[in-house]
Design a protein around this ligand. Sequence first.
Ligand code: UDX
Length: 438
Amino acid sequence: MRITVIGTGYLGAVHAAGMAEIGHDVLGVDIDPAKIEALADGRPPFFEPGLSELLARTREKGNLTFTTSLRAAAEFGDLHFICVGTPQQRGSYAADLSHLNAVVDGLAPYLERPCLVVGKSTVPVGTAAAVGERLAALAPVGARAEVAWNPEFLREGTAVQDTLHPDRLVAGVVSAGAETLLREVYQPMLDEGCPFVATDLATAELVKVAANSFLATKISFINAMAEVCETAGADVVTLAQSIGYDARIGARFLSAGLGFGGGCLPKDIRAFTARAEELGVGRSLNFLREVDEINMRARHRAIAAAKDLVGGTFLGRNVTILGAAFKPHSDDIRDSPALNVAAAIKLQGAHVCVHDEEAIDNARAAYPALEYAREPLKACEGADVVLHLTEWPQYSALDPAELAKVTNVPRLLEARNTLDVRRWRDAGWTVRSLGRAA
Ligand code: UDX
């Protein structure tokens, strides 16, 4: 099938490569010529494990090409996937749909033959229907461009695996023909037994935001327990493990610590509350505001604990931050809790040095006032406190005794609960953990 993937960010680039991998002829489209040039060269414009290998394979097969032209996309595709970002609007919780609308407006006039326009971006419920109307108004008479919504559930860091072997496929459609076409697109996944849910447009849109809201709620739930544990002298890690054995609860997404960030969960729960208000059911989602608050509070708790460790003031202190990406195995710093904490501590007068395995360049561009080090040992030189904020596996393999030698005073704030803190204490470190007795 001839498929276009419009928007080649974290979602679109992997989706385009994935569609080519399963045998479709794919044209990737983006307005950013630098991104298109890099991808056409087989270089991912961001770090995502496995993506370079996938791009190299499609280059050999020759079934993935790139363009910046929506006109070329309209001429090429029988099916167009829209994968552009829907970030939070400035000064509001609502989603910014300007990129999505720009794609629809740019594509529609060139749609000369029947095709299916499939949204993958996360959108407020009702958007797909509006896109359908927009297409009908702008496409040439007789083009018969139909809309469908097929939300994407991939996680950064495991995006290739999630794309090629999804947990489920959800398709919001308005015709049986659209369902058939989408089943055909994903046939290799269906052959592997992947569930395929065909539904209406609104349900498909809501599945995505409901899933992200549930995940965010799970994380904030355990972080609320962490607050209680800290005060009661209890241990949230043991608590999470114990409740997680109950299959109805499940052990995943119960890691207490600094909370969630990234380009999806924070803005999705906010956009969901904004949309619910518009629909007159704001009260139904009031709890998501609390989820957001608990999440932001984790950052303040980390800052307060670190400040306490260094004697009540950051003024003139050397603070080392381990981790800048919003989560490990990614170079994405969008709404990164780690960088948010680093910047706040810097504002309170500390010298802040940040280490990350992949996100240093992105972090430096966004936060030029912070210092950066390419090696954890270098980052810890002269530190009055070290904050473990993004749980790269490399940090678990560090030798605390060796690290202690280069610090000024070996003090650790463990904000992700993945380090073996007993080893650190044995090596002479004073350790505070989020959600565990001091
Ligand atoms: C998320 C959804 O998981 C994915 O299905 C959707 O398509 C996009 O949004 P992503 O943003 O890539 O994916 O990251 P995810 O792995 O979900 O982690 C989100 C944040 O939650 C990270 O900051 C992570 O550190 C944090 N997190 C996750 C926790 O704090 N505790 C946990 O137990 C799990």
